[in-house]
Design a protein around this ligand. Sequence first.
Ligand code: PMP
Length: 307
Amino acid sequence: TWDENGKIWMNGELVDWKDANIHVLSHVVHYGSSVFEGIRSYEIDGKGHVFRLEEHIQRLFDSGKIYRIDIPYSKKELIKATKDTIKENNLTECYIRPIVYRGYGVAGVDPTGSPIDVAIAVWKWGKYLGEEGISKGVDIGVSTWRRMAPNTLPSLAKAGANYMNAQLAKLEAVENGYNECIMLDTQGFIGEGSGENLFMIKDETIYTPPLSSSILKGLTRDAIIKIAKNLNYEVVEDKIPRESIYIADELFFTGTAAEVTPIRSVDKIQVGSGTRGPITEKIQNEFFKIVEGKSKDKYGWLSPVEE
Ligand code: PMP
């Protein structure tokens, strides 16, 4: 939920929520020219702790580099700006949305000469796929929409325009009564959800699609791979045939918004026992123990808002 009395960081200043506006002729409005991040801060001992802040800001710069969007701040400045914005809004637990976009300046597709603007907004956000989803699992369908083909819209960039593809898939999923969907890559292998990576468990081995399946390189995905390996599971990054998710023992989504959300059915076919599976629960517990400060942050994933 948004707090419209809050402040938004815009090009170096904290401005009133209602004043954080852009011109209708900004390049981004017409051509989707933005790169952004989604980050979460967790409350531990009454204080905010941002999950993998440095890596998220690095991914923002990587997305910018792919699109030749030269961010006019340093990583350090944006890390500080993120923490300042959280503090200014008196938040501890929140969702953080840094966005870099081509602003008001030129009319055509060629962005040369348009300014690069940067904003950071923060707000309170609960469980993206529902509290019940976290414990019991969600129902999803395979989308009729595919992920972008390689070398069309680059999936490793977290760019605004990619989410036109995600919206088509999400709208269809909701229309069909599902919480979320899974999109296949152009070859028909498993890709990812509209805003989540996917993991599959079969015979105690954990599988997740490779970057070549047109996925975003999720930071939660990376965290879960590390947690799973630390729990001595074998993790295989390889192309996943569509039908293998119907006969999987367990499935779950990962993402900043979705955290670790089990999947209990796909296309109305029950997955495993039809509820959160035991390995999913084990991995989920490890993840939540870290972000809730109940176990040591041994991977160094949490960055305190107040130093
Ligand atoms: N895939 C897509 C398309 C996403 O939008 C997201 C959310 N950023 C993810 C995967 C998960 O990435 P992360 O764990 O870094 O949030």
